[in-house]
Design a protein around this ligand. Structure first.
Ligand SMILES: [Zn+2]
Length: 267
């Protein structure tokens, strides 16, 4: 029984990842996310349902469009696999029990699960385009603040405090960064709105620790990129993926990681 449960959950995750691939391509281009159906971005060939099976179709077609044989990015199946793995893990970590009574106890965990899952398309979009679209951040910030009035999550004051701490601290870092580096956009407003959303959902502690972890992971990645000369000309590093990973780390392993993090400075 348990195995069947995970297989269904995993397959749902692959399909969700397939939908994320649509979002990743279309949202930065301002295209509709539901119409038209999936098509090859090179020749416009409509993808037949039997060629649209997550991961499997990619393997069968050898990563090429059936009609024009254009190479399809390996990021597509990777997003699907990552989404499936994340869905199974999060389902366990957030203790989501379908149809659990009373109903409102499911609202906050479900919103948290959706928010964590959305970090996947947000990260890929940020890596490719250096933006975090408002179409993700603003509605979910509003929803996160609204559900604080439903029992089971953070109280409204804590939720608001979390949004202010998450968004505000990044905004301040951006202002200071602009002043010190004399660069126009040291911190993207997309990052600010992302952390306001996550802060509203998990509170100020998770947001602040998440930003600290994100900055650490980002610095490590930046250092590696400088050493391997992989950094692009304008030295930009998308911060969104690091903020996402940092906040997820803060949520699920905050205390042991924080002890280790502080140990880096204090010894
Ligand atoms: Zn094609």
């Amino acid at each position: 029984m348990q195995t069947a449960y995970y297989i269904i959950l995993g397959f749902a995750g692959l399909c969700l990842g397939s939908f994320f691939n649509v979002l990743i391509w279309r949202i930065p281009r301002g295209e509709s996310t539901i119409w038209p159906a999936s098509h090859c971005t090179n020749c416009g060939n409509k993808v037949k349902p039997y060629d649209n099976i997550p991961v499997l179709s990619y393997l069968i077609l050898g990563g090429k469009c059936r009609r024009c044989k254009t190479q399809i990015s390996v990021v597509y199946p990777l997003v699907e696999i990552l989404t499936a793995a994340a869905l199974v893990a999060i389902w366990e970590l957030l203790y989501i029990v379908p149809l659990q009574q009373p109903w409102h106890q499911n609202v906050v965990p479900l919103l948290q699960a959706v928010s964590i899952m959305l970090l996947i398309p947000i990260s890929v979009i940020d890596i490719r385009h250096y933006i975090i679209p408002d179409r993700f951040t603003l509605p979910f910030l509003a929803i996160a603040l609204a559900v604080s009035f439903i029992p089971g999550g953070l109280p409204p004051v804590q939720s608001l405090l979390g949004a202010l701490a998450g968004g505000g601290s990044l905004f301040l870092m951006g202002v200071i960064g602009t002043f010190v580096l004399k660069k126009g956009d040291a911190m993207g407003m997309g990052d600010v709105k992302l952390m306001a959303w996550l802060g509203a959902l998990w509170g100020y502690k998770a947001a602040l620790i998440g930003i600290a972890f994100g900055a650490l992971f980002g610095s490590i990645a930046g250092g590696v990129m400088i050493l391997t000369r992989k950094l692009n000309d304008d030295h930009r590093i998308p911060f969104g993926p690091f903020l996402g990973v940092g906040t997820v780390a803060a949520i699920f392993a905050g205390e042991p990681l924080l002890a280790w993090y502080l140990g880096l400075f204090g010894g």
